[in-house]
Design a binder for this molecule. Structure first.
Ligand SMILES: Nc1ncnc2c1ncn2[C@@H]1O[C@H](COP(=O)(O)OP(=O)(O)OP(=O)(O)O)[C@@H](O)[C@H]1O
Length: 263
């Protein structure tokens, strides 16, 4: 299949049964995410972003509707290790070293063993010198960086990132935001990022879907036509600030509609 699969959601909805009640997390969503693009999902806390990502990962079954990635179901893509995830919870194997965990990402994706690729990824996420450490010996942010390196090690066609930098300090986060995009662009992976940071969404993505409070619907669909690489000059540009303002406003309008009406 294409290394840049489109992600297609048709009538996708998800509800959970909680204490005999139905909690609707995702309202029917129809959207096609173009292959090779990074799409950011932003929305208020608890609106259903992670649920949507887990549906795309095939980790949850849809209540209604279908998801296809290229020509495959998420489950099929995941089973042949064509997708990789880095979630807030790094979920590393505690008995494996940093190097072992990153190498595992490659092995599970059935890519040939390549210690140089593994070492380069460890260097990229700023963990050279920690190759032999075990997860318990690392901070939460360092573990998250191992999880990012592990996800990239498998050279996935689809990369799913759920607040992957949540525990990473501001400077390292800034460096990862600069250095990771060229890497996944070069690989041509399609990717979906959940983030609470509007600036991060604008900096990293080609398109931003702003979601409503639960159940998640698409409130705004905003293209991010900024040039890449997005270094200091782009971040200081009027276009960047205007996009941040547009996304923030879309979030505010849907989260606090009364404040808009009152103005
Ligand atoms: N397995 C589950 N069982 C029951 N309810 C669930 C389950 N997973 C999610 N939910 C509910 O679905 C809704 C959406 O949750 P989700 O984690 O997708 O939100 P989110 O937008 O990612 O939140 P946050 O930004 O705070 O991480 C919440 O009300 C949550 O309680």
């Amino acid at each position: 299949m294409s290394a840049r699969p489109d992600i297609c959601l048709v009538g996708v909805a998800k509800s959970f049964g909680v204490d005999g009640r139905r909690v609707e997390a995702v309202a029917p969503i129809n959207v096609r995410l173009a292959g090779g693009q990074m799409t950011a999902l932003v929305g208020p806390s608890g609106c259903g972003k992670s649920t949507l990502l887990r549906l795309i990962a095939g980790l949850e079954a849809t209540t209604e509707g279908t998801i296809t990635i290229g020509a495959e179901t998420p489950d099929a893509l995941r089973r042949r290790a064509g997708l990789a995830m880095a979630f807030q919870d790094p979920a590393l194997l505690p008995w494996r070293t940093v190097e072992g965990n990153v190498a595992l990402g490659r092995a599970l994706a059935r890519k040939p063993r390549d210690p140089k690729v593994v070492r380069d990824l460890i260097a990229l996420v700023g963990l050279s010198g920690f190759e032999g450490r075990r997860p318990a010996e690392l901070s939460g942010g360092m573990q998250q960086r191992v999880a990012i390196a592990r996800a990239l090690a498998g050279e996935p066609e689809l990369l799913l990132l759920d607040e992957p930098f949540a525990a990473v300090d501001a400077l390292t986060r800034d460096r990862l935001n600069t250095e990771l995009p060229p890497l996944w662009e070069a690989r041509g992976a399609s990717s979906v990022l959940v983030t609470h940071s509007v600036a991060e969404a604008v900096r990293l993505s080609d398109r931003i879907l702003v979601l409503t409070p639960r159940p998640a619907r698409i409130a705004a669909d905003i293209a991010v036509p900024l040039p890449r690489p997005r270094g200091a000059e782009v971040l200081a540009s009027r276009a960047f600030r205007a996009l941040c303002a547009e996304v923030t406003e879309a979030l505010r309008v849907h989260q606090y509609p009364d404040t808009v009406a009152a103005q």
